[in-house]
Design a protein around this ligand. Structure first.
Ligand SMILES: *Cc1c(COP(=O)(O)O)cnc(C)c1O
Length: 398
């Protein structure tokens, strides 16, 4: 059976060009970029080239790009690094309730160290209000960290406006752009972004490699101490093959950004319209247009998300209910709760995230299979309009 992969928000397939670019660096080109000899210098050249590729994709300078072990490390470094570097200026951080756990759990840890964190609410589409950010600023605020695009419901945040606001107040602005890179255009200067996190495996690059962009002049405390790699800011011998891979992947993603986004947006909308039309008691989560080109997230009433995922898997369709990190736990996703969904409706959610290799035939196949699976599950379900506390005319399904 053909496998249909619609879980690109969890991870993406490594692009063949990326794999090809990486292969020599697992073999012949094995030098340590810190070595003086030519074996080392060959490795150094590859790291420098990748740094240029990453910088070019976001309008940065190569010396503002730091390689890390992934999006999680980049988020930790940006937030902890700012907190400790600026602790004499203030101890207040502004973030949102819908951030990835790499941001939320880092902020929670900082609260235990005596920092104060404001978790801004979002509207029913998952959007942060710029006015709320402004009102949360105090003379102790040292950092605003708001994601560019949400990994569960795909909502895009007004990061250019937030960046402008942060700049006017002299406060550093970090954005977790892990889902946005390769999907929407990001320019760190136009958007007044001081720090930006990305992750290779979310745009058809390898896993275990990320980048933190740090604007020239911004000083962060170190997260990883040791050798002098990454201009003394992030220690540890460079992950050479993965660095080459993320460079190639971001080059491919940005070269084809407009055409990919247009194609995926059309497929996304076909999926959304098809699901809402074919399955009664279904709602779209997130914003209709201010959303990632590849993200579909729906709540389907009277079913259990996990059961749905297993039935889809039997039909060869890989999807997710919420985020990979929350499945396996009984608590519904913090993002779905933050947009105001009751537990019952949050539990029946489905995320289909498309990728560059997704075809229209695959979308049609999902649209043919999904309504049947939902119908079967609902026939077996003990959840019905009669048993539900929310009643037949549930306001959250509108
Ligand atoms: C995947 C993801 C991360 C974590 O990145 P890793 O490279 O897997 O550590 C952080 N933030 C967002 C929004 C993500 O989607």
């Amino acid at each position: 059976m053909n496998r249909i992969y619609m879980d690109n928000a969890a991870t993406t397939a490594t692009a063949p060009e990326v794999l090809e670019a990486m292969l020599p660096y697992f073999g012949q080109v094995y030098g340590n970029p810190s070595s003086i000899h030519s074996t080392g210098r060959d490795a150094r050249k590859a790291v420098d080239a990748a740094r240029k590729q990453v910088a070019a994709a976001i309008g940065a300078q190569p010396n503002e790009i730091y390689f890390t072990a992934g999006g999680t490390e980049s988020d930790n470094w940006a937030i902890k690094g700012t907190a400790f570097a600026k602790k004499n200026k203030g101890n207040h951080i502004i973030t949102s309730a819908v951030e990835h756990h790499a941001v939320l759990h880092t902020c929670a840890w900082l609260e235990k160290q005596g920092f104060e964190v404001t978790y801004l609410p979002v509207d029913k589409y998952g959007r942060v209000s710029v006015e709320d950010v402004k009102n949360a600023i105090t003379d102790k605020t040292i950092l605003i960290t708001i994601m560019a695009a949400n990994n569960e419901i795909g909502t895009l945040q007004p990061i250019a406006e937030i960046g402008k606001l942060a700049k006017e107040h002299g406060i550093l602005f970090h954005t977790d752009a892990v889902q946005a890179i390769g999907a929407v255009k990001i320019d760190v200067n136009e958007m007044n972004i001081d720090m930006l996190s990305m992750s290779g495996h979310k745009f058809h690059g390898p896993k275990g490699i990320g980048v933190l962009y740090v604007r020239k002049g911004v000083r962060l405390d170190q997260l990883i101490a040791g050798g002098a790699q990454e201009r003394g800011q992030r220690a540890g011998t460079e992950n050479l093959p993965a660095i080459v891979g993320i460079g190639k992947a971001i080059e491919l993603a940005t070269q084809n950004l407009d055409s990919n986004a247009a194609r995926l947006t059309a497929l996304r909308d076909k999926l959304i319209d098809g699901i809402l039309a074919a399955i009664p008691d279904t709602r779209l989560n997130g914003h209709r247009t201010e959303r990632l080109p590849n993200n579909v997230n729906v709540s389907i009433r009277f079913i259990e998300g996990e059961a749905l995922l297993l039935r889809l898997d039997l039909k060869g369709i890989a999807a997710s209910s919420g985020s990979a990190c929350t499945s396996g736990s009984l608590d519904p996703s913090h993002v779905l709760l933050a947009i105001g969904l009751p537990h019952e409706i949050a539990h029946g959610s489905l995320r289909l995230s498309l990728g560059t290799e997704t075809t229209e035939e695959e979308v049609d196949y999902v649209l043919a299979e999904l309504p049947q699976i939902v119908k079967q599950l609902r026939e077996m379900s003990c959840l019905t309009a009669e048993t539900s506390d929310l009643g037949a005319d549930c306001p959250f399904m509108k």
